[in-house]
Design a protein around this ligand. Structure first.
Ligand code: FES
Length: 110
């Protein structure tokens, strides 16, 4: 299927993240230091919306149990915590992003 347009660069003038849906997949698109990155919006722990979490210094924190992911790669960098217990969490899926003129495109695979 390949790359699909999901946003325009100017949409990020006033924000650093956007939730987009491609082929029924929710994807968190972020702008970090003038680069654009895409990971699955669905937290691999228990499905929390990463878009509803915080993005700080390139790390997105899930609002449900606090898992942290590198927003550039989807790599898990912080474990979820429920009460006083910490659990393991898988890495999040990441997607390739490219720019064409003023458009942002994501490769969503098949
Ligand atoms: S659902 Fe994201 S940390 Fe639990």
């Amino acid at each position: 299927m390949g790359y699909k347009k999901v946003a325009e660069i100017q949409e990020f003038d006033k924000t650093d993240k956007k939730l987009v849906v491609v082929n029924e997949q929710e994807i968190l698109l972020t702008k970090i230091e003038n680069g654009f990155y895409a990971i699955s919006n669905k937290c691999p722990h228990m499905g929390g919306s990463l878009f509803k979490g915080t993005l700080e210094a390139g790390v997105v924190t899930c609002p449900r149990h606090g898992s942290k992911f590198d927003a550039k790669t989807g790599k898990a960098v912080g474990k979820p915590k429920i009460l006083f217990l910490k659990f393991d969490v898988d890495d999040d899926r990441s997607y390739s992003v490219k720019l064409e003129d003023k458009d942002i495109l994501i490769d969503v695979g098949e």
